[in-house]
Design a protein around this ligand. Structure first.
Ligand code: HAX
Length: 437
C-alpha cells in the first residue's frame, strides 16, 4: 500500500467515525429552513452536501482546503520558483488536507506517468469509431466510459468487499483515471485538429506539462499556462453540476469512470463548462457581424444588448453562487497582463469586462453581473496558440477530474449512503403556501 493510502486511512477512519456519530446523535437537529424560491431556482443555497475539498464564498470566491488561489500560487510546490504550482500538489492538498512537499508532488507525478501506460487499446478503437467532427466532449466522455472496463472498484465489489474498504479501489481507479485523461484529451485534440499526428507521453514531464506536450506545445510558456489552468479549474465545492453529478452517480456505488462520466456530461452543458467555448463563439460572431477585429466599447455595448434582446445569455458572465468577479477570472487576467500584455484578445476581454456588467445590471434580473472563469480562459488559450475552441471544455474536464474524483474518494471514506432527495408535484407546493387559483 502506498504512503498516501496509509495516510488516508489515518485521516479518514476518525472522520468516518465522526460522520456516523454526528448522524446518530444529532440526526434530528434542524440545521436550515428551505423556502419555496430555493426549490424553484435549482436548490440555490440549500445545504445538502458534505464536501471537504473546497469551499466557495459568494464574495471572495474559491478556497481549496482553506487556501485561496493566490495562497496556493505561493505555497504549492513548483518546478521553477517563478512558475505556477503543479496540479499534483493541489490534488495532494485536496485529498489529505495537508500542504504537500516536493517529494509528495514527485511521487504523484511518477505514479501518474506509470499509470498512464495502462490505457487499453480498445479505448482508442472506440474513439476512432466516432466521426472526427463529433464534438470533442462526446469523444472524451465515450473514452472515459470505455476505460471503465479497467475498473478496480467493480472487480473488488464483485469479489466481495467490506463497506469500509470501498474507498481503496476507488482511490486506485481515481489515480488511474486522472493519469490517463490528459493522454485521451491530447489524443482527441491531435486526431481532430492535427490529422492524427499523435505525440507520445514524455516520462520526464509533470502531468500538466505533459498535457501541453502531447497536444504539441513544448514551450515553457505553454506548460506554465497549463499548470495555472489545471489548478484553477480543479474544484468548485460540491454543488456545481459536474461535482454534484459525479457525487450523485457515485452514491449508487457506480465505479469512478461511470461517476466521472456523469460529471463530464454536465460539464458539457452551455451553462457550465461549455461556456468557455461559447464565449469564444460570442466574441468571434460579434467581431464578424460588426466587421472589425477590435470593436469599440460602444459596439460591444450594442452587441451585448442585442444578445439580451434575443433572449440569450452572454456567456462567461454570471454565477449561481459568486456575487463578485470570479478570482479565477482575475488570476488569468493578471497572468495575461504579466506575460502577454499586448495580446489583442486579452485586451478585448478587458474591454468587454468594462462594458457588460452594467448592461446585465440594467436588464434588471441577474444576481451576479460579473465575469466567471470562462470569460477569459478561451482567450488565454487562444493567445498562446491553442485556437481550436471545441477542445476547451475537454481541457476544463481534465482539470475538474482532480476535484470531483477527490470528492468521490472522500464520499467513500466517509461511507456516505445513496443520495435520494424527496420530490413533490406542483399541487403539493401550492398547498404548502395555501395558493388559490
Ligand atoms: N446573460 C444574460 N442573462 C443572464 C446571465 C447572462 N450571463 N446570467 C444570468 N442571466 C439571467 C438568467 O438567465 C435569469 O433569467 P430568467 O429570470 O429570465 O430566467 C436571471 O438572469 C437570473 O439568473 P441568476 O439567478 O442570476 O443566475 P442563475 O444562478 O440562474 O444562473 C448561470 C447562473 C451561470 C447559469 C448564468 O449566470 C448564466 O447563464 N451565465 C452564462 C453562462 C455561463 O457563463 N456559464 C458558466 C458559469 C460558470 C461555470 O459553471 N463554469 O463552468
Amino acid at each position: 500500500m502506498d504512503y498516501i493510502k496509509q495516510r488516508l486511512i489515518e485521516i479518514g477512519r476518525p472522520k468516518a467515525e465522526l460522520v456516523r456519530k454526528l448522524n446518530k446523535e444529532y440526526g434530528d437537529k434542524k440545521i436550515q429552513e428551505v423556502n419555496l424560491g430555493q426549490v424553484m431556482t435549482g436548490m440555490k443555497g440549500v445545504v445538502s452536501l458534505l464536501t471537504c475539498t473546497s469551499k466557495l464564498d459568494p464574495d471572495e470566491g474559491i478556497r481549496f482546503r482553506g487556501y485561496s488561489i493566490p495562497e496556493l500560487r505561493e505555497k504549492l510546490p513548483k518546478i521553477n520558483p517563478d512558475g505556477e504550482p503543479l496540479p499534483e500538489g493541489l490534488f495532494f492538498l485536496m485529498l489529505t488536507g495537508e500542504l504537500p512537499t516536493k517529494d509528495d508532488v514527485n511521487f504523484i507525478s511518477h505514479q501518474w506517468i506509470q499509470r498512464a501506460q495502462g490505457i487499453p487499446p480498445h479505448v482508442y478503437d472506440v474513439i476512432n469509431a466516432l466521426p472526427k467532427d463529433a464534438h470533442p466532449m462526446i469523444q472524451f466522455n465515450t473514452a472515459i466510459l470505455a476505460m471503465s472496463t479497467e475498473s478496480q472498484f467493480r472487480k473488488a465489489y464483485l469479489a466481495g468487499m467490506d463497506k469500509k474498504d470501498y474507498w481503496g479501489p476507488t482511490y486506485e481507479g481515481v489515480m488511474d483515471l486522472i493519469s490517463r485523461i490528459p493522454v485521451i484529451a491530447a489524443y482527441i485534440y491531435r486526431r481532430v485538429f492535427y490529422n492524427e499526428d499523435y505525440i507520445d507521453i514524455n516520462p520526464n514531464l509533470d502531468w500538466a506539462g505533459n498535457l501541453a506536450h502531447m497536444m504539441g506545445y513544448d514551450s515553457e510558456e505553454v506548460r506554465r499556462l497549463m499548470r495555472l489552468y489545471t489548478v484553477i479549474h480543479a474544484d468548485h465545492e460540491g454543488g456545481n453540476v459536474s461535482a454534484h453529478a459525479t457525487h450523485l452517480v457515485g452514491s449508487a456505488l457506480s465505479n469512478p469512470y461511470y461517476s466521472f462520466s456523469a460529471g463530464m456530461n454536465g460539464l458539457a452543458g452551455p451553462l457550465h463548462g461549455m461556456a468557455n467555448q461559447n464565449v469564444m463563439h460570442w466574441i468571434s460572431k460579434m467581431c464578424r457581424e460588426i466587421g472589425v477585429e477590435n470593436p469599440s466599447e460602444q459596439q460591444i455595448r450594442e452587441y451585448a444588448l442585442e444578445t439580451l434582446k434575443k433572449g440569450q445569455v452572454i456567456p462567461g458572465y454570471g454565477h449561481a453562487v459568486l456575487r463578485k468577479t470570479d478570482p479565477r477570472f482575475s488570476v488569468q487576467l493578471d497572468f495575461a497582463r504579466k506575460y502577454i500584455p499586448d495580446a489583442p484578445l486579452i485586451q478585448l476581454v478587458d474591454k468587454i469586462y468594462k462594458v457588460v456588467p452594467e448592461i446585465l445590471v440594467s436588464a434588471g434580473k441577474i444576481k451576479n453581473p460579473w465575469p466567471n472563469v470562462d470569460a477569459i480562459s478561451g482567450s488565454l488559450l487562444s493567445s498562446y496558440g491553442i485556437t481550436e475552441f471545441p477542445i476547451y471544455t475537454v481541457l476544463f474536464g481534465v482539470s475538474r477530474a482532480l476535484g470531483v474524483l477527490t470528492q468521490l474518494v472522500w464520499d467513500r471514506l466517509y461511507g456516505l449512503p445513496i443520495e435520494r432527495p424527496k420530490s413533490q408535484n406542483l399541487e403539493w407546493f401550492m398547498s404548502q403556501v395555501n395558493y388559490q387559483e
